[in-house]
Design a protein around this ligand. Structure first.
Ligand SMILES: [Zn+2]
Length: 326
């Protein structure tokens, strides 16, 4: 009962502190620091993933991821910038991409990341169009007559000749994913395993709360899940906004359910996955490989993180934009 009381006390003091802190930005500044940012370059050899004419996804995500890390280090020297991988291979000497994905989340969780940014490169499935390439004569047979006089007669008809043409990939631009709302249970479970340094209320201190095995624990994990969702949505919107400012076409913020997004619900922190462009499109592939493109995008993400940090510090924890579903 005492425990239950304590949990409700924490719950209410947290709600209360959100109001009181909003009125006191200096106090907030201490409490919403981004201490650790985890940068996750998607894929890694032997899983090179999407391919363009001359480059592949895992190399581009690494190049862009490292640049984002450098930019953040320059403007947030007090911040701990960690990478799930820093060379061309899958993280931690792994060769299986699913194990590698589990490792990415585990790495971020063990290092108590405050923000998880996964970098990816998009592609489209190859599409073909059937076109008529001329005509040919085809022979077919019909039955004529009745009874004994019945016989088969050959006839001809003109039929089209088809040929398949691969359609060019003309998509371009970025999109940023947050975990799908119907995956909240999974996210809650990840959050439930987070050993807190007593900072559920943002009060600091050393007491450890383990959100496990009780209704109270579930309330706290659920509250956290909501907060992380709001924060993920906020940073995702800021990233897309910064991309638009440098002229990248933006498909906006989305929720997606497929496998690649697993890291988003397995990390117990606000987390986003950025699709930086379409490698199947020649112009986009050139942009993603260029110094100019990589600089533009890494500075854009850096500015988004700075705006995110400033928003948290001034007591803004959410944006009211609803992402589209896919
Ligand atoms: Zn990918």
């Amino acid at each position: 009962m005492l425990k239950r009381f304590l949990v409700f006390f924490i719950y209410f003091s947290l709600s209360f502190s959100l109001f009181s802190l909003a009125a006191d930005p200096t106090k907030k500044a201490q409490k919403e620091q981004l201490k650790t940012i985890v940068i996750d370059a998607g894929h890694g050899l032997p899983n090179s993933n999407a391919e363009g004419k001359y480059s592949y996804e895992s190399a581009l995500t690494l190049a862009i991821g490292l640049k984002i890390g450098q930019r953040l280090k320059e403007v947030l020297p007090e911040c701990n910038i960690l990478y799930t991988r820093t060379d061309e291979n899958l993280p931690n000497g792994l060769t299986d991409k699913d194990k590698a994905n589990r490792y990415r989340a585990q790495f971020a969780n063990e290092n108590k990341g405050d923000l998880f940014i996964s970098i990816h490169v998009n592609s489209m499935e190859e599409r073909y169009e059937r076109r008529v390439e001329g005509h040919r004569q085809e022979t077919y047979y019909v039955s004529v007559g009745k009874g004994r006089k019945k016989k088969k007669v050959a006839r001809t008809r003109t039929v089209p000749i088809y040929k398949s043409y691969k359609l060019p990939c003309n998509r371009q631009g970025t999109e940023t994913y947050i975990w799908a709302i119907n995956k909240n249970d999974q996210k809650m479970q990840s959050i439930g395993t987070r050993e807190e340094d007593g900072d559920i209320t943002g009060e600091g201190g050393d007491s450890t709360i383990n959100f496990y095995d009780s209704p109270e624990a579930k309330i706290l994990a659920s509250l956290r899940t909501k907060q992380f969702f709001d924060k993920s949505l906020m940073i995702a919107n800021l990233v897309e906004d910064e991309f638009k400012k440098v002229g990248r076409p933006s498909f906006g913020v989305k929720q997606r359910n497929n496998q690649g997004i697993w890291v988003l619900q397995a990390t117990n922190m606000p987390s986003i996955l950025i699709e930086t462009g379409f490698i199947c499109n020649e112009a986009e592939e050139d942009y993603l490989n260029s110094e100019k493109g990589q600089n533009e995008m890494s500075y854009a993400v850096m500015r988004a993180v700075l705006r995110y940090k400033q928003s948290l510090e001034s007591g803004i924890h959410k944006l009211d934009t609803i992402p589209t579903s896919k």
